[in-house]
Design a protein around this ligand. Structure first.
Ligand code: SAM
Length: 218
């Protein structure tokens, strides 16, 4: 067992070096979180040998755990310092949720598939996280009860920014979201400054669709 864990740790170190640092991720806290979190706990058993590979993997319900580099890039875009309350739309496997929980004070994550939300909850509780709340629902509506959020991360592709997410973003907060067509988007960072919204386009990306009232309609 210890040898298996050692093997996964070596793969994780290689992933961080070759896929994350080599591509320009610089935030030390993000890098440390990637070294700490056992990504292999979040993938399906028949994909275990591919857990640290440079691509997304299936997690059931037609959904995916995102490519490690994309998780790192989106996380770095939030510029978390440790005191923040953040919201994630699209819990999926829970891997990105764990990264956020390492870097912020509290994480509120919403998933539309009950089976994925339940699986992620079990894995995250097993790893001992106490600062994560997960609910099943339409994340395009946000989670008003705990708003405003200093960071919001949307892990599925949207046609436009769901208005409730802008409303629930804290003044000075950052929202990262893939925007565009249903199977090809531009990773975009939205900043809320006063009553103005600033948009920055980061890079092209491909995410599963954000399905909901202010997303795509299934
Ligand atoms: N960050 C996840 C991970 O590390 O495993 C990957 C998430 S996957 C690319 C996108 C997730 O968004 C899927 O689990 C999908 O079911 C979910 N999703 C899509 N539309 C949603 C919505 N309106 N509300 C909540 N979750 C949604």
């Amino acid at each position: 067992m210890a040898m298996v864990e050692d093997r996964f740790f070596s793969l994780r170190v290689e992933m961080v070096k070759n896929q994350i640092i080599a591509r320009g991720i610089k935030d030390e806290r993000v890098i440390k979180a990637f070294l700490r979190i056992p990504r292999h706990n979040f993938v399906l058993e028949n994909n275990l040998s591919e857990a640290y590979n440079d691509y997304p993997l299936p997690i059931g319900e037609g959904q995916t755990i995102s490519q490690p580099y994309m998780v790192a890039l989106m996380t770095e875009c939030l510029r978390l310092k440790g005191e923040e309350r953040v919201m994630e739309i699209g819990t999926g496997s829970g891997y990105q949720t764990a990264i956020l929980a390492e870097l912020a004070q509290e994480v509120y994550s919403i998933e539309r598939f009950p089976s994925l939300a339940e699986r992620a909850k079990v894995i995250l509780e097993g790893l001992g996280y106490k600062n994560i709340k997960i609910k099943v629902g339409d994340g395009t509506l946000g989670w008003e009860e705990f708003s405003p959020y200093a960071g919001i991360m949307v892990t599925a592709g949207a046609p436009e920014v769901p208005p409730p997410l802008i409303a629930q973003l804290k003044e000075g907060g950052r929202l990262v979201i893939p925007l565009g067509e249903s199977f090809s988007q531009v990773l975009t960072v939205i900043e809320k400054i006063g009553n103005k919204i600033r948009r920055e386009e980061i890079c092209g990306c491909v995410f599963v669709p954000l399905v909901g009232k202010y997303g795509w309609h299934s």
